[in-house]
Design a protein around this ligand. Structure first.
Ligand SMILES: Cc1cc2nc3c(=O)[nH]c(=O)nc-3n(C[C@H](O)[C@H](O)[C@H](O)COP(=O)(O)O)c2cc1C
Ligand code: SF4
Ligand code: SF4
Length: 311
């Protein structure tokens, strides 16, 4: 890390540390070590679900607000440690904002959300060995990548609202616009792991170019022009406008008559689409369509859009 900082003195370097839950001295020493090595901030890994919870650390700490707060309080009590302390949180809790509030009271400076989501990866259909096979057995492990982005966005949103400390968004970020989405919800930094594992670190140029394209399109000059702009657009369920209705409309120029929308609305929706032998295109009954959007999701040609209606 010392070498890294010497090579790139103008770049932000964030350390990441982990110790046993009750090894308060260990956490303090590691944080101090990061500072002495020239790091600018330090993340406390309260969230790894792989093998550590069984030992009472990793995500076991992030699920126990008392221990987690005690670790933060101990680090902050050491007057030699001045670099920002950033607990990295697990999504595997009932209310991430509650954990955030307790850690904010203990002195946390910011949060990173989220780490991976505990999961099982299934079975090989031929051998019936569990996937991630360790000599015939498996165990729960952290799921990452695009599938967890909606979970990460929700956690970032909840933490930005409460307790309101800066948040580093993480989870499933793969494109420039993914990063934009975290920023729209108020994140101050965006972190990615899985995308780099798939695409290598050249991904960063694609990410930048995706972000620049978004900014040009909207006339934004800096990130602060749009950071947090999405926050007022997220509300509680009971604050949504229940008088707002949409219904599906087919753009016949794009439709190739594949019939996927008909099947989906018939078997998974509201039986609002008919497509008889005499029809050139599927036909949506506006009285029966409830605007659930299932047909638009299954259409391979983006031929269905939802239009606002008065009823
Ligand atoms: C193979 C792998 C190793 C990881 N190791 C760590 C780690 O050592 N410390 C940590 O805080 N998070 C670790 N993570 C979690 C990632 O930093 C990140 O929080 C998570 O994968 C979600 O982001 P992503 O979808 O961009 O990967 C790891 C993730 C993966 C997939
Ligand atoms: S929006 Fe829902 S109800 Fe309406 S046509 Fe599509 S699938 Fe059917
Ligand atoms: S799914 Fe799309 S392309 Fe296929 S019939 Fe329906 S509208 Fe047309």
């Amino acid at each position: 890390m010392i070498t890294l900082k010497q090579k790139s003195p103008d770049r932000l370097i964030i350390g990441s540390i982990m110790a046993d839950a009750r090894d308060f001295d260990g956490w303090r020493r590691l944080a101090l070590g990061c500072q002495q090595a020239g790091m600018d901030m330090v993340e406390l890994n309260f969230s790894c679900p792989n093998g550590y919870p069984e030992k009472g650390k990793g995500s076991a700490i992030g699920q126990n607000e008392t221990i987690a707060a005690e670790i933060v309080r101990n680090i902050k009590a050491d007057s030699r440690i001045t670099l920002p302390i950033i607990p990295k949180l697990t999504p595997n809790v009932t209310d991430i904002a509650f954990i955030g509030e307790e850690l904010a009271k203990a002195g946390a400076d910011a949060f990173c959300a989220i780490n991976t989501v505990p999961s099982l990866f299934g079975f090989d259909p031929l051998t019936l060995n569990p996937k991630v096979n360790v000599n015939g057995y498996s165990t729960s492990g952290g799921y990452s990548g695009p599938g967890i982005k909606p979970i990460a966005l929700r956690c970032v949103h909840d933490l930005v609202e409460n307790p309101g400390l800066p948040v580093m968004g993480c989870g499933g970020c793969t494109t420039g616009f993914d990063a934009v989405e975290f920023l729209l919800l108020g994140a101050g930094l965006v972190q990615l792991a899985t995308a780099v594992m798939f695409q290598g670190d050249a991904l960063i140029y694609r990410l930048f170019s995706g972000m620049m394209q978004f900014m040009d399109q909207h006339g934004f000059d800096t990130i602060t022009d749009f950071q947090g702009k999405g926050i007022p657009r997220i509300r509680r369920f009971d604050q949504l406008d229940m008088a707002y209705h949409t219904r599906a409309m087919i753009n016949e120029k794009k439709c190739n008559r594949c019939g996927k929308c008909v099947i989906s609305c018939r078997d998974g929706g509201f039986q609002a689409i008919t497509f008889s032998a005499n029809d050139i295109f599927p036909c949506i009954d506006p009285e029966t369509c409830v605007g659930c959007s299932l047909c638009a999701h299954v259409c391979p040609n983006d031929a269905i859009r939802l239009e606002e209606t008065m009823t």
